[in-house]
Design a protein around this ligand. Structure first.
Ligand SMILES: [Zn+2]
Length: 82
């Protein structure tokens, strides 16, 4: 079976909802700054973002966190702009 491309919510800091795509514990999305290449990140821990589990856009420095499904580093269920 090929790797399922799941659509998951991308929650922006102003509360707006957008979409990200996930496969396993990886997620990919487009940054709010409209950088052409997408960002990609792995899910982090249940307790929330830390320095080494956050994803920072190289262009605008906005940070994101990929939320895991019920346990540390489990499959990606949501991407949140921090
Ligand atoms: Zn950006």
């Amino acid at each position: 079976m090929t790797q399922e491309q799941r659509l998951i919510p991308l929650v922006l800091s102003n509360g707006a909802l957008n979409s990200a795509v996930a496969t396993g514990n990886n997620a990919s999305w487009h940054c709010s700054c409209e950088r052409i290449l997408p960002l990609i990140g792995k899910s982090g821990q249940i307790k929330g973002p830390s320095e080494n589990t956050s994803v920072e856009c190289p262009d605008c420095k906005i940070r994101y966190f990929v939320e895991p499904d019920g346990g540390d580093y489990k499959r990606a269920v949501r991407v949140v702009e921090l």
